[in-house]
Design a protein around this ligand. Structure first.
Ligand SMILES: C[S@@+](CC[C@H](N)C(=O)[O-])C[C@H]1O[C@@H](n2cnc3c(N)ncnc32)[C@H](O)[C@@H]1O
Length: 337
């Protein structure tokens, strides 16, 4: 995380608008185009300044009066003040202590002040409370980490409405065969449905970012797909490294056979551990190492000869193809972690 900006009064931990006292009066509605807080570039501080866009994001969040909302990166609170009247409670996680102070002050004295809890911290490292809906306009450098933190959050929430850089947003929903289809697309679509909601031009922000943005809705799949995510990610990493090749030509390499042969030995050793097997050299280069590599090679070739996978390019595989492929490998003892 970048160095914190200096701040005369430093907030840390949790603060609520209701818990603060003081005579600061500020507008609880509309945007603060004249806010005096200098945006810090390293924190990705591009504040939404167009009230029509803010209203559209709030409407697309489809918040019910009983909902608990999680807002990430509230900044000066332009979204926060419009989300609060819609929900039963809102927790905002903000890294910059100046913004924590600003959003808290801005909500003080409003009808919704008792609903707000502001947590000062890095959203990637802060434990999230229970929430139904997440709304976030976050710095682009934490987009990917945040998407996967949210999608592994339990219990599952209903939806997350988030602003991202245009290309990142399009990658999230890219379909097989499209240029932007990548590891991010399959990992996200494994866990959630992705809807593109609207484009947001650069000039709707203060200061304007370098690129256009988009608002996306992520709705976690219910029930969640049953898959060992480490296995899945191990396979997807290997495959999407060279996504324009066929499955076989990506996997058919000495280095891959060595890696997968090692995994196979480890798994065999773990299986036998109950029978007091010495697992110490299980993942290493012990005797018989070549056997596993040869075994893996044969399995890879056999699976790649199956009708569904023969001559298929990685970039054309959808989630079901990939899940099926992983299952075929796993049931033959080939593991990706
Ligand atoms: C793009 S601004 C959006 C502000 C406000 N939501 C808006 O739309 O006007 C991103 C906000 O996220 C905050 N932020 C940056 N990194 C963060 C992190 N790791 N955890 C939580 N907040 C972060 C920034 O300080 C900033 O207030």
């Amino acid at each position: 995380m970048p160095k914190k900006p200096s701040s005369r009064s430093h907030h840390s931990g949790v603060t609520t608008a209701a818990s603060r006292s003081g005579g600061h009066q500020s507008s609880a509605t509309g945007t603060r185009t004249a806010a005096l807080l200098d945006p810090v570039k390293a924190y990705g501080q591009n504040f939404l300044k167009n009230p029509a866009i803010i209203d559209a994001i709030v409407a697309k969040s489809r918040i019910k009066p009983t909902d608990k909302v999680l807002e990430i990166g509230p900044g000066t609170g332009n979204l926060t003040v419009k989300l609060l009247p819609q929900c039963s409670a809102l927790t905002a996680v903000e890294y910059d202590p100046r913004m924590v102070r600003e959003v808290t002050k801005r909500v003080e004295g409003t009808e919704s002040h008792h609903k707000l809890t502001v947590v000062q911290g890095d959203a990637l490292k802060t434990a999230f409370p229970y929430f139904d809906v997440c709304v976030a306009n976050v710095p682009y450098q934490i987009s990917s980490g945040l998407v996967f933190k949210l999608l592994s959050h339990r219990p599952l929430f209903r939806s997350a409405v988030m602003l991202f850089q245009e290309e990142f947003a399009l990658r999230l929903s890219a379909r097989p065969g499209e240029n932007l289809y990548c590891r991010l697309s399959v990992n996200t679509q494994l866990l959630a449905r992705v809807d593109q909601l609207m484009k947001v031009g650069r000039n709707n922000f203060r200061p304007p970012p370098k690129v256009e943005s988009r608002v996306v809705r992520l709705s976690p799949r219910v029930p969640a797909v049953k898959v060992d995510f480490r296995e899945w990610d191990g396979m997807v990493r290997l495959l999407f490294n060279r996504k324009n090749k066929t499955i076989r030509s990506v996997l058919d390499s000495k280095a891959t056979y060595k890696l997968l042969g090692g995994n196979m030995r480890t798994h065999k050793a773990m299986k036998g551990a109950g029978a007091a097997m010495d697992v110490e050299g299980g993942g290493g280069e012990g005797a018989g190492g070549d056997n596993e590599e040869e075994e893996v090679k044969q399995i890879v070739r056999n699976v790649c000869e199956m009708e569904l996978y023969k001559d298929r390019r990685v970039t054309k595989l959808d989630i079901d193809d990939l899940l099926g492929l992983l299952a075929e490998f796993n049931k033959r003892g080939v593991h990706f972690c």
